[in-house]
Design a protein around this ligand. Structure first.
Ligand code: ADP
Ligand code: MG
Ligand code: ZN
Length: 479
């Protein structure tokens, strides 16, 4: 596997949070009773006509601008013809040769550094209905989703690992959330991803034959599918075989892929301009008006955080993924000079348990207060995390200062008081002291541990360590 590299391009579908569907007046909502949000148009009754929802164009342009795309001077809706039970018209209205947003790119941050992934284009299209297969009893169809607006973000094959694909998807999710065009929730199918993957010998510039894995709906499955498919293709090639261009199904239970069908070429879909829909021409003033509505995006904030608060790119990326967290961090940073301490607490103890929806379970004053206590060394870092966890765990508004005082958690910085604890520990540790003097560094930790236990973890660790070393140095050497 080390002789090959995977080459990956993603096609990411994002459901837009418009109020209405793309070509009719039906409500666009998740989780309604099946087939409630339908009408003759999205049920594809004869004689009905589509009317394009202006908000879809606005949302798609917003997402496109946030992805550094150019807005096409001329875009067209086309019919993509195929038959499937979730597609009552037997064609999907989509875009072929003239998509709404052209080019663009997204910068991602991985453990190996920064990377730019180019986009080919972003186009708009309608979603299909949802099928539910019942074991032995047939299939149910729910057309609430038929006609829900989608954008499809198509990348160039610039991605080289599962980790990069994951970072790109997270970047897309944060951008659609920042711009408010989608909730970006993979668990609800608002964000779904087709993975195209080929392999080639390291150093080769040529693209290999690719397979496509459709409609993967979790970050974890995307990574698993890539890892498995990369390995499978390398094994085929190493055994002297050939990769067939095909669509493969990813089975999340076994973590493997299997052949579904040979891939249809674009010509098989007989794309042609939908005669019921006029071309889309967006005036520059309109594009500018939409541009003005876009909030400060993650990339801008990352740069700011790095230069103003001395955060690493990686940490700044973590803080900006979710706009709720980024906004919260900025409110905290406006209240304290110890923003970096606040950032570390957010990353360690707020992000891991943060729910997908709802407010950040903390007020900015709480975290700025805690950061001040830490920054002024009134509590030590272990205590800091203890208080942070307590504040995050409850809806009650815990005041960090009151909490620290109530639980007697203030750090002991008084050297006279510390000296008493250190002396006591040294007196009962003659052997450990001797070990340390003979060069056993670890012995220090055991003495440190005693002082921490006696002070309920409140001793200033740096002062304590210094003091222990000094006092031991002053003791006579062992025989
Ligand atoms: P199609 O029209 O068949 O959907 P596209 O050229 O639009 O094919 O590409 C679809 C996706 O597949 C894009 O994300 C692209 O980057 C990716 N892709 C194309 N060729 C390859 C390849 N050889 N290896 C990996 N990914 C590829
Ligand atoms: Mg395609
Ligand atoms: Zn409808």
């Amino acid at each position: 596997m080390t002789k090959y590299e995977p080459v990956i391009g993603l096609e990411v579908h994002v459901e837009l949070m418009t109020e209405r569907k793309i070509f009719c007046h039906c409500k666009n909502e998740f989780g309604a009773e099946p087939n409630i949000n339908t009408c003759p148009t999205c049920l594809a009754m004869p004689g009905t006509l589509p009317v394009l929802n202006r908000q879809v164009i606005e949302f798609a342009i917003k997402a496109g601008l946030a992805c550094h795309c150019e807005i096409a001077p001329y875009a067209q809706l086309e019919r993509k013809n195929y038959y499937y039970p979730d597609l009552p018209k037997a064609y999907q209205i989509s875009q072929g040769d003239n998509p709404l947003c052209l080019g663009g790119y997204l910068d991602i941050e991985t453990k190996n550094g920064k990377k730019r992934v180019r986009l080919n284009h972003i186009h708009i299209e309608e979603d299909a209905g949802k099928l539910t297969h019942l074991e032995g009893e047939g299939t149910l169809v729910d057309l609430n989703r038929a006609g829900v607006p989608l954008i499809e973000i198509v990348t160039e094959p610039d991605i080289r690992s599962a980790e990069e694909a994951d970072a790109l998807l997270r970047k897309i999710r944060s951008i659609v959330q920042y711009t408010g065009v989608s909730d970006g929730r993979m668990d609800r199918g608002s964000l779904r991803c087709d993975v195209n993957l080929s392999v080639r010998p390291l150093g080769s510039e040529q693209l290999g034959t690719r397979t496509e894995m459709k409609n993967i709906n979790s970050f974890n499955f995307v990574m698993k599918a890539i890892e498995h498919e990369f390995k499978r293709q390398v094994e085929v090639l190493e055994a002297g075989g050939e990769i067939v261009q095909e669509t493969r199904r990813f089975d999340s239970t076994s973590g493997t892929t299997s052949s579904m069908r040979s891939k249809a070429d674009a010509t098989d879909y007989r794309y042609f301009p939908d005669p019921d829909l006029v071309p889309i021409v967006v005036p520059v003033e309109e594009v500018n008006r939409i541009k003005a509505q876009i909030p400060r995006l993650p990339d801008v904030r990352i740069q700011e955080y790095v230069s103003r608060w001395d955060l690493t790119d990686y940490d700044a990326d973590l803080l900006t993924n979710d706009i709720r967290v980024a906004d919260f961090f900025e409110e905290v940073a406006a209240r304290t000079e110890y923003a970096k301490i606040a950032a570390n607490l957010i990353i360690a103890d707020l992000l891991p348990g943060l729910a997908e929806e709802g407010d950040v379970p903390l007020q900015p004053e709480q975290l700025s207060g805690l950061s001040e206590l830490l920054g002024r060394e009134e509590i030590n870092s272990n205590t800091g995390r203890k208080v942070m966890k307590a504040m995050v765990a409850t809806d009650e508004h815990i005041d960090p200062i009151a909490y620290v005082d109530e639980h007697k958690l203030r750090q002991i910085n008084d050297s006279q008081l510390l000296a008493e604890y250190v002396d006591a520990a040294l007196q009962t540790s003659a052997k450990t002291v001797a070990d340390y003097k003979r060069g056993k560094e670890a012995a220090l930790r055991s003495i440190m541990g005693q002082v921490m236990r006696k002070t309920s973890g409140r001793a200033n660790p740096l002062l304590t360590e210094e003091m222990i070393k000094e006092k031991i140095a002053a003791l006579p050497d062992p025989e």
